[in-house]
Design a protein around this ligand. Structure first.
Ligand code: DI6
Ligand code: FE
Length: 402
């Protein structure tokens, strides 16, 4: 195979599980052919025929980071809610009084696709400066057929404008809109399920998500939605057990779901189901921190059970107003007891798995897409230790420097 670029003089944290932490190759080389990694190994064994060579001058290289749970398409502002929480109201109380997600829905319904994409682009750029190459973006602030479709299109548009890979998720079952108050089942049947079918037919979403919680949708409603998603050929994931144990993790695992996200209140039974199904736990410490939650996700037990763990920003205007994946990784370690290696895997290999992209992304391995992040650091742990530092030297996406 013709090699377009041979990257040399690289300290590679391949994130391939194996004998060395981080899958390290100390004096490594990476061959890129088109958009694909065609060879990885020790520099002394590297192929000798290639078009261009590019020395990283001893810098570290990891897979480009992946933020696998965001709500970064939205309009409006929720800083009033922050002040209310500081004054003692809880996230759930604010939601029940008509604030919270409902406030963002009002603003988002007023915005057009171009406005939404422009606002999302700024947030994507903040993630890009930290080495992120792939971002999942959920709908869920439109809550009508038209405005959910507008959000999905805005997510794609922002992705194209940013040069990043965006994986859109349909989250119509995020909140019960005011016109369906007291009729959440009708909202599932009349809006969410038709949207699932349309999004699948038109290729507008890669997965279906829901918010299964006391302040949102019941397990029975979530199940109906998941049945429709499966019938339409779309994988499912779930905001599960964030504020209480609703059995959400067990439910999404039963459907072979990609991920159960938040999982602070997940029971032992739910964890067993996730382990059996291979469902990824997506840990969202920014939301835990921002809403002053005290119940931590059961990280030690998940580790014991071999549940894959990803870490993500949950970037949104209410419960997790953050555009820093490295800060989320730092929080996962300091607040929840992740090891640094687990945090880096959680932003790369396991985040790819949470998106069903584990065959294409998330490690530096032959055959994977050449999405890489190059860093000015001495050790991988520096990536996670610091808050607010951006040690990125540059990104290679689909084989090209950006
Ligand atoms: N859980 C979350 O963390 C976000 N959505 C959800 O269901 C919060 C979204 C928001 O507060 O706007
Ligand atoms: Fe979320």
């Amino acid at each position: 195979m013709r090699i377009d670029t041979l990257i040399t003089d690289a300290r590679i944290a391949s994130m391939v599980p194996g004998d060395t932490p981080y899958g390290v190759i100390e004096d490594g080389a990476i061959a890129i052919s088109g958009n694909t990694i065609s060879w990885v190994g020790e520099r002394r064994d590297a192929p000798t025929a290639f078009e261009n060579a590019h020395s990283l001058e001893g810098r570290w290289v990891t897979p480009a980071l992946i933020d696998c749970h965001t709500h970064l398409v939205f309009a409006g502002d929720r800083s009033d809610e922050y002040e209310r929480r500081l004054a003692g109201e809880s996230y759930a109380e604010i939601a029940k009084s008509g604030g919270g997600i409902a406030k963002t829905v009002e603003a988002t319904r007023q915005a057009n696709s171009a406005q939404l994409a422009a606002a999302a682009l700024r947030r994507l750029e903040a993630l890009a400066e930290e080495g992120v190459g792939t971002v999942e973006i959920k709908s869920g602030y439109g809550l009508t057929i038209d405005s959910e479709l507008t959000m999905l299109k805005a997510a794609r548009g922002a992705g194209i404008a940013s040069g990043m890979r965006v994986s859109p998720t349909l989250l119509a079952a995020h909140s019960i809109p005011r016109e369906y108050q007291g009729r959440s089942g009708a909202y599932i049947d009349e809006v969410c399920i038709p949207l699932v079918r349309q999004a699948a037919q038109e290729g507008l979403a890669d997965a279906v998500d829901a918010y299964c919680e006391g302040i949102a949708f019941s397990p029975e409603e979530t199940r109906r939605l998941f049945i429709a998603a499966k019938a339409a050929g779309l994988p499912v994931k779930l905001h599960a057990d964030q504020l209480s144990d609703t059995g959400g993790a067990r439910l999404v695992a039963e459907f072979g779901g990609l991920s159960a996200d938040h999982v602070e209140y997940t029971s032992e039974e739910g964890l067993q189901a996730m382990a059996n199904a291979g469902t990824v736990a997506v840990i969202l410490p920014g939301a835990f921190y921002s809403i002053s939650e005290t119940q931590k996700p059961p990280v030690a037990r998940m580790r014991e059970l071999g549940i894959p763990m990803a870490v993500s920003t949950d970037s949104n205007p209410g419960s997790s107003p953050m555009v820093s994946l490295l800060t989320a990784a730092n929080m996962a370690c300091t607040l929840f007891g992740f090891t640094v290696e687990e945090a880096v895997a959680g932003m790369t290999r396991e985040a790819a798995r949470a998106l069903g992209l584990q065959d294409k992304l998330g490690t530096i391995e032959t055959g994977k897409i050449a999405d890489l992040a190059v860093w000015d650091i001495e050790r991988p742990a520096e990536l996670v230790q610091w808050i607010g530092r951006r040690p990125l030297h540059g990104r290679i996406l689909e084989g090209e420097w950006v």
